[in-house]
Write a protein that binds this ligand. Structure first.
Ligand SMILES: CC(C)(COP(=O)(O)OP(=O)(O)OC[C@H]1O[C@@H](n2cnc3c(N)ncnc32)[C@H](O)[C@@H]1OP(=O)(O)O)[C@@H](O)C(=O)NCCC(=O)NCCS
Length: 216
């Protein structure tokens, strides 16, 4: 069997089960799975935002190749996310503004059975910050989760001192649920996180208002 070239795309990266490209839209943004050819744009944005992002992310492995400097590692990252999407474990997307890569938004840790839940994670290029793009992105993927994936609940977990991220929740009116102590490893420390919850019942109740404000 021949091995895939670095530019060959896994089918799940570009099509839905209906055969259409997986593209989701807000008023000003588009989101789609990242593919191998996004390497230059992704790595340029990641390099420029090292300090902006590292304090809010898990510490980088010193053993694994860095996808922001190594094209093959980036391609493998795309393929791993395609597989996760195909098996329903997580749904990772790049955020694009006027066609340019600007950040990422993911539905992680999808649990089915009695829970039907996913956890949203996100980041945006500092040069694009402050324009409420992330509020739009959170709603774009929440709509997809509730209406296409059939999930019941979205969760967003934020370090209490990350006021910028908590502001995204405030703007969207997403419900704060409480503090989970030492919840996630962030930059080498087990950090407390405020948990926010958004259920399909809340989406259905607020759908028209949120859609008019952020999506159409
Ligand atoms: C959290 C984050 C995704 C918010 O995205 P965003 O699209 O900028 O969100 P908003 O435009 O709603 O801005 C939220 C708040 O950030 C602050 N802010 C805006 N522009 C900023 C900038 N250039 N620099 C620092 N803070 C800024 C403001 O307080 C703003 O609130 P306001 O609009 O009421 O003034 C973004 O700040 C980010 O990527 N941060 C680094 C990674 C991170 O924290 N990820 C989330 C982990 S839970």
């Amino acid at each position: 069997m021949s091995s895939p070239s670095s530019h060959q795309l896994h089918p799940a990266s570009v099509v839905t089960s209906a055969g259409a490209p997986l593209r989701l839209y807000g008023k000003r943004i588009a989101v789609r799975p990242l593919v191998a050819t996004d390497f230059e744009a992704w790595s340029e944005v990641r390099h420029r935002n090292g300090e902006w992002l590292s304090k809010w992310e898990p510490i980088k492995s010193t053993y694994l190749p860095d996808p922001s400097t190594n094209r093959d590692a980036f391609n493998n990252r795309c393929i791993a996310r395609d597989r996760e999407r195909q098996t329903g474990g997580s749904y990772a997307f790049g955020i694009f503004i006027d066609g340019s890569f600007a950040g990422e938004v993911n539905i992680n840790n999808v649990v089915r059975s009695a829970m039907q839940c996913g956890t949203i994670g996100y980041w945006i290029d500092e040069a694009r910050a402050g324009k409420s793009y992330m509020s739009e992105a959170v709603l774009v993927v929440s709509k997809y989760a509730f209406e296409e994936l059939g999930l019941h609940r979205m969760e967003i977990c934020i370090i209490p001192r990350n006021y910028n991220s908590r502001r995204v929740m405030e703007k969207l009116g997403i419900r704060e649920e409480g503090l989970a102590e030492r919840f996630l490893e962030i930059n080498g420390v087990w950090e407390d996180h405020v948990r926010y919850g958004f259920t399909i019942e809340e989406w259905q109740q607020r759908r028209d208002q949120l859609t008019a404000e952020w999506l159409q």
